[in-house]
Design a protein around this ligand. Structure first.
Ligand code: PLP
Length: 382
């Protein structure tokens, strides 16, 4: 296992606290006592590193179920040694049927047409059918539960169907309208599942993070034997308005360092486009991380980093590989000073959720975008 690096050896790096992942997992397990947790590992485990995270969750936390978005991610988990159940939540080209079979991956059926194409491949793959209760993304439309159930039966006659699932689209925001919509989704799914009870499908599930935390008690036991948890496992919130349980905390820190410090006289511009002009003599530090590392250019002139436990505002545009911050009011900043792009520094903490609200997105996008050239390291207390 890679342990913590010297700050200065890397332009920037990500450090994942595996013990925090385990704490989050245990907190969540207690919150969904009637369910098995399916750990959602898509997008490289939301930027945390899917091989390491999935192996850790299986070996050290006892997770038996995983979900990913595509065949490459599924195989990465197998290469990492994961022996548990893996479900691909999205489309896999029928050309990859053999890989699905050989790696014992369960595949989502996105449509009837897809089911027919997969049946033609002849591989005895296990499938779960997506049921569309209002997201209008993939799955069989559930607005007429009887028709929907009949289609499931038709597909179950062609393929080995081990389950059905649906997905909530507004469980993360608590307006009355969204609560009503989520309840309608639950009702539609329940209607379909009830009509199919005789099939005794082992996998019948509907909850993502938001659904699991906000609607758990409203969901019939038969629909929550499994819950699919992504973002909350990583200690982040499904939506800025969503009240995250206090015991959950981010596991990912993103660290860089100062590459250069200099005094810049009043009236000078900084960076591309000359979007910032020093109002007085300023001390400016350069940081060797940029948008090619996934540090959003939208943070230009609006975000901040933490140095010596204090906030340093970004000045000028974020470049491809570097950006500048104003450290005039922070004593002792020098080449090599540790810079926290995400994470804790003394009493200050900048989370992906916090950064996301600065640029009108969600924490998911911030962590998924940290690019592959930023090396991941893992901390674990033995
Ligand atoms: C991404 C995804 C999840 C996990 O969502 P979170 O909000 O991260 O918990 C669950 N189910 C499906 C179908 C998904 O695509």
């Amino acid at each position: 296992m890679k342990t913590s690096p010297n700050t200065i050896d890397h332009r920037s790096y990500v450090e994942v606290d595996l013990e925090q992942i385990k704490r989050n997992y245990n907190v969540l397990k207690a919150l969904v006592p009637d369910s098995e947790i399916v750990a959602v590992m898509k997008a490289d485990a939301y930027g945390h590193g899917d091989g390491m995270l999935s192996a850790f969750l299986e070996n050290e936390c006892g997770v038996k179920y995983f979900a990913v978005s595509n065949i490459d991610e599924a195989i990465t988990l197998r290469y990492a040694g994961v022996t548990g159940h893996i479900l691909i939540l999205g489309y896999t080209a029928p050309e990859h049927a053999r890989l699905l079979f050989e790696n014992k991956i369960s595949q989502t059926v996105v449509s009837e047409e897809y089911a027919k194409m997969m049946a033609k491949t002849g591989y005895p793959i296990r499938y779960q059918i997506a049921i569309d209760t209002g997201m209008n993304r993939i799955g069989l439309n559930a607005s007429k539960p009887k028709d929907c159930a009949a289609k499931v039966r038709k597909i179950a006659a062609m393929l080995h169907v081990e389950g059905i699932f649906t997905h909530f689209c507004v469980a993360d925001t608590a307006t009355q309208e969204n609560a009503n919509f989520t309840h309608r989704q639950i009702e539609k799914f329940d209607a379909v599942a009830t009509l199919l009870e005789d099939l005794r499908l082992p996998f019948v599930h509907c909850c993502n993070s938001a659904g699991s935390l906000a609607y758990y008690d409203d969901i019939p036991a038969s629909l929550k034997k499994y819950v699919r948890l992504g973002i909350v496992l990583y200690g982040l919130s499904p939506d800025p308005s969503f009240p995250l349980p206090k015991k959950l905390s981010p596991a990912l820190s993103w660290i860089s360092h100062v590459s250069m410090v200099k005094k810049v006289p009043a009236g000078e511009s900084i960076g591309y486009g000359r979007t910032y002009t020093t109002p007085s003599e300023r001390v400016i530090a350069t940081i060797p991380t940029g948008y090619a590392d996934g540090y959003s250019r939208r943070l230009s002139n609006s975000g901040y980093v933490l140095i010596n436990g204090m906030k340093a505002p970004i000045v000028g545009k974020v470049c491809m590989d570097q950006f500048m911050v104003d450290v005039t009011s922070i004593p002792g900043v020098k080449m090599g000073s540790r810079v926290t792009l995400l994470g804790k520094d003394a009493d200050e903490c900048l989370t992906a959720d916090g950064m996301a609200t600065m640029i009108d997105t969600i924490g998911y996008e911030i962590i998924c975008n940290i690019s592959k050239r930023v090396q991941r390291f893992y901390r674990k207390n033995d």
